[in-house]
Design a protein around this ligand. Structure first.
Ligand SMILES: Nc1ncnc2c1ncn2[C@@H]1O[C@H](COP(=O)(O)OP(=O)(O)OP(=O)(O)O)[C@@H](O)[C@H]1O
Ligand SMILES: [Mg+2]
Length: 420
């Protein structure tokens, strides 16, 4: 079940250009004398689904289609093509003052706003005091909204939206307005709504806020979905784009040299996210230094934004570009029937067979077919292996084989080892 589904959504606007006013303009528009129209695609073939309880962040440059997308979710706009399905009651805070009548007082606007959201008057009566107190507008409830400052309007809008107990909350830049204290109250409220299983769509240029609240992030670029997945991955790709990388190269590109060079790439659709990947020594302490023949345990903490059937968790170890190993829960016969919420998995190696050197670890979780990545951290975790006393030194792995003498003609004394 999904709270919101966008299925192949496109939205076209028709822009009406004015009649030419000057002689120059008239000459320029000689062949379009009655004013002219231009078509503009604000969204192109946008598809995604948001599960109940999920917080989806929507990021992208000015004019990339974020507000248009939310207006389609509220049905203020109809799509030109495709299908929007919304399951639940929606409250939206799209633009400053949207849904308010400037001549009416704060009090009347609260009732007006709630009635637009389909909330019966007695329910508003019950939470009216809370709304006003949350907004901190006790002294101004009987003042017309046109006399409110922009911050006061934003407070009132947010207070109404979160108090009418919506199933789905659509928010644009809520944390950008209001003073610090109000922002803190908004934060707490959004966290509380998410904890109560409500669905939130948050449009913001504040990438830190998007990273704080969202379980997945959608990046719109010129009306198309550029990326959809785990917040860290999409936000870092968008940051690369903002620093000047072309949009299609920013995605999945390596971090620029000098900036966290040890970090690899991350991708996946995000239904299950690896929220922490740690390498532990024999005492269970996180470290990046190990010893040949000593224990190493990989701890994977994950969070599933919905129930996921038969996921496959795996790790891989690399020396440079060469993959040395790649165990996963399916090949090792540790089948997981279903995961939901948060959890931890351990992969324990009793005696590390790696010889001294530098290695990197990847961790990933895939669907049952192992074709679809939910979250893949590619070569993100570097570690070193030091020599143990008397251990092998040549190559990458300790084979832990055995030498024996056998058969006729065997020298009484084993030949001196001549490896190298
Ligand atoms: N009613 C409209 N008529 C014509 N064009 C429109 C209309 N609404 C939006 N657009 C155009 O659609 C594009 C997407 O606009 P939208 O408001 O969705 O962008 P946005 O991603 O929210 O940008 P911002 O970050 O500036 O808020 C813009 O080019 C805008 O000019
Ligand atoms: Mg906008």
């Amino acid at each position: 079940m999904s709270a919101i589904v966008f299925d192949g959504i496109s939205k076209r606007f028709v822009i009406h250009h004015e009649r030419p006013r000057s002689l120059q303009a008239l000459l320029r528009h000689l062949f379009r004398p009655r004013g002219w129209r231009e078509q503009f695609w604000a969204l192109r073939d946008v598809s995604f689904a948001v599960a109940p309880g999920e917080a989806l962040g929507i990021i992208g440059a000015n004019g990339s289609g974020k507000s248009t997308l939310l207006k389609l979710a509220t049905r203020l706009l109809a799509p030109t093509a495709g299908r929007v399905v919304v399951d639940g009651r929606v409250a939206a805070l799209l633009e400053l003052g949207a849904g308010f009548h400037p001549e009416l007082t704060g009090r009347d606007n609260i009732y007006l706003n709630a009635s637009i959201l389909g909330i019966p008057r007695r329910r508003v009566d019950a939470c009216f005091g809370d709304i006003v107190a949350f907004a901190g507008l006790e002294r101004f409830v009987d003042t017309p909204v046109k006399r409110y400052s922009s911050g006061m309007q934003a407070r009132l809008g947010f207070a109404v939206a979160v108090h009418v107990d919506p199933d789905i909350l659509l928010l644009v830049e809520v944390l950008a307005v209001g003073d610090l204290q109000f922002q803190e109250r908004c934060r707490e409220r959004i966290h509380a709504l998410l904890a109560a299983g409500r669905t939130v769509l948050l449009v913001s240029h504040d990438l830190a806020a998007v990273g704080e609240f969202c379980t997945r992030v959608l990046w719109l670029h010129e009306g198309r979905v550029r990326a959809l997945g785990a917040p860290e991955a999409v936000i870092s790709a968008y940051r690369r784009f903002q620093r000047g990388a072309p949009a299609d190269e920013a995605l999945g590109a390596e971090e620029p040299p000098g900036e966290a060079p040890e970090h690899g790439r991350r991708w996946g659709s995000g239904e299950i996210q690896l929220v922490a990947v740690e390498l532990l020594d024999g005492q269970g302490r996180p470290t990046q230094r190990f010893t040949t023949g000593a224990p190493l345990t990989v701890r994977l903490r994950y969070r599933a934004t919905r129930r996921v059937r038969k996921p496959v968790f795996g790790i891989a170890i690399y020396a440079g570009g060469l993959q040395l190993a790649g165990p996963n829960t399916r090949v090792d016969g540790y089948a997981l029937d279903e995961v939901s919420g948060e959890g931890t998995l351990l992969y324990a190696i009793d005696a590390l067979p790696l010889l001294p050197g530098a290695y990197t670890l990847s961790a990933a979780v895939y669907d049952a077919t192992e074709l679809h990545p939910y979250d893949h951290h590619h070569q993100c975790y570097p570690f070193r292996v030091a020599a143990a006393d008397g251990a092998e030194r040549y190559g990458l792995v300790a084979l832990q084989g055995r030498w024996e003498s056998a058969g006729r003609g065997v020298p009484a004394v084993p030949p001196r080892a001549s490896a190298g």
